[in-house]
Design a protein around this ligand. Structure first.
Ligand SMILES: *Cc1c(COP(=O)(O)O)cnc(C)c1O
Length: 358
C-alpha cells in the first residue's frame, strides 16, 4: 500500500530526491565511488557544497552581508551556540516563548547573558502566537521560533522592532519567502523540511559576530565555520548532499513562492475539513495556524474515539498522525514534499470516519 508520510521529523522528502540520493550511495555521478566514501575535500564533494551554498543564497536572496554554514549538533546545539556567539555576559537578549523548543532555547541562553522573556503563550498551552508586546531597544536580538512544530502555530507576520531576529526555522525553512534582512541569524535542523537528520543550516549576518568577550572553542565559533566554508572539520557529507538535492527540487518547483502557494493550498484543504467535520476540532488559534504542522483533536464528547480514528488513518496508509504527547490528539505534518493527494487521503479518512460514527 502507498504510504502517506505525516511524520513531524525526520520527515518526508521528495521521491525524486530519494531516488537520486539512493543512486549516489551506489555510484556518485558515475565516478565509480559512493558519495559515502569520498573525501569532503574532493572536487566531487566541493562542487556539492558550492552548489548547496549557492542554492541557499539564491532561494533566500541573501546578500554578501550574510555568511552560511552547514553544522552538526542539531537545532538543539544552536540553542546554546547562538547566545554563546552573540550575547555577552553583561548584555540582554529578548526571547518569545511560543513552545517547547522556544523554552529549551531560553534555558540554554540563560547560561550566557541576561534573558528577558518578552512574551509567552505557555499559560494557554502554546495555542497561539503572542502579539503586541514590548521589545526593549537594548536587546541584542529577539529570539523567535518561526514555526512551533509540536503545537501547530506559526508566525504569519513578524514583530515590529528594530532589534534583529534570531530565528529557529527548523520546521518551516524554505516553506515560504522571508524578508531575510530582518534576521541576524537563522538556524534550521534539516530533518523537518530540508533533508535527513545530521545537518543544521546556519545563516548569519556577519556584523553580528565578534562582539562577545568570552573565548569560543573553534568548533563553536561561527566565524571559524564561515572562514572555512563549512569544512573546518569533516562536515556531514551525505545530509548536505541530500539537502542540496532538495533545494534543487524547490527551485525547480517555483522557489519559495511556489512552495508557499502549494503549502497554503494543502493546509487549507486540511483545515477546512477540520473545521467542517463535526468529529474534530483544531487546537491552535485560527490566525496562527501552522502551514506545516496541523494539530487537531476529537470534538468534545467524542474523545474516546481517538484510538479508532488513529487506526483508520493507519489502515489508509497514513503514517504518524498521532499528536505529540504534550498536545494529545493528532498532528499532520505536511511539509514541502507532501503531495496534495496525500492530504486528500487523510481528508477522506476523516470524512468516512464522520459518516460511520457521527
Ligand atoms: C525538531 C526541532 C528542534 C530540535 O531539533 P534537533 O535537530 O533534534 O536538535 C528544534 N526546534 C524546532 C522548531 C524543531 O522543530
Amino acid at each position: 500500500m502507498k504510504k502517506h508520510n505525516f511524520s513531524a521529523g525526520p520527515a518526508i522528502l521528495p521521491a525524486s530526491v530519494l531516488e537520486e540520493a539512493a543512486q549516489a550511495v551506489r555510484d556518485f555521478n558515475g565516478i565509480g565511488l559512493s558519495i559515502l566514501e569520498i573525501s569532503h575535500r574532493s572536487p566531487s564533494f566541493s562542487a556539492v557544497l558550492e552548489e548547496a551554498d549557492e542554492l541557499v543564497r539564491e532561494l533566500l536572496g541573501l546578500s554578501d552581508d550574510y555568511g552560511l554554514a552547514w553544522l552538526t549538533g542539531g537545532a538543539s546545539t544552536q540553542f546554546f551556540m547562538a547566545p554563546m556567539n552573540l550575547l555577552d555576559d553583561d548584555k540582554m537578549a529578548a526571547y518569545a516563548d511560543t513552545g517547547s523548543w522556544s523554552a529549551k532555547a531560553i534555558k540554554e541562553a540563560r547560561n550566557f547573558g541576561a534573558v528577558e522573556v518578552v512574551a509567552s503563550s505557555k499559560p494557554q498551552n502554546y495555542a497561539y502566537i503572542p502579539k503586541q508586546y514590548e521589545i526593549p531597544a537594548h536587546a541584542q536580538y529577539l529570539h523567535l521560533t518561526s514555526n512551533n512544530t509540536i503545537f501547530g502555530t506559526q508566525y504569519h507576520s513578524w514583530p515590529e522592532t528594530n532589534v534583529p531576529f534570531v530565528a529557529d526555522m527548523s520546521s518551516d525553512m524554505f516553506s515560504r519567502p522571508v524578508d531575510v534582512n530582518r534576521f541576524g541569524l537563522i538556524y534550521a535542523g534539516a530533518q523537518k523540511n530540508l533533508g535527513p537528520a545530521g545537518v543544521t543550516l546556519v545563516i548569519v549576518r556577519k556584523d553580528m559576530l565578534g562582539r562577545v568577550s568570552r573565548k569560543l572553542p573553534s568548533m563553536l565559533d561561527y566565524r571559524i565555520h564561515l572562514e572555512n566554508g563549512s569544512t573546518y572539520n569533516t562536515p556531514p557529507v551525505f545530509p548536505i548532499y541530500v539537502s542540496m538535492l532538495t533545494m534543487r527540487w524547490i527551485k525547480a518547483n517555483g522557489g519559495l513562492q511556489g512552495m508557499a502557494r502549494h503549502n497554503e493550498a494543502k493546509a487549507k484543504a486540511l483545515y477546512d475539513e477540520i473545521d467542517a467535520n463535526p468529529m474534530f476540532r483544531g487546537v491552535a488559534a485560527k490566525e496562527d495556524r501552522s502551514l506545516m504542522n496541523a494539530t487537531f483533536v476529537m470534538a468534545e464528547g467524542k474523545e474516546e474515539m481517538a484510538p479508532a480514528f488513529l487506526q483508520a488513518t493507519k489502515d489508509a496508509g497514513c503514517v504518524d498522525v498521532k499528536g505529540h504527547r504534550s498536545v494529545g490528539g493528532f498532528r499532520a505534518s505536511i511539509y514541502n514534499a507532501m503531495a496534495p493527494e496525500s492530504i486528500g487521503v487523510l481528508v477522506s479518512v476523516m470524512q468516512d470516519f464522520a459518516q460511520k460514527n457521527g
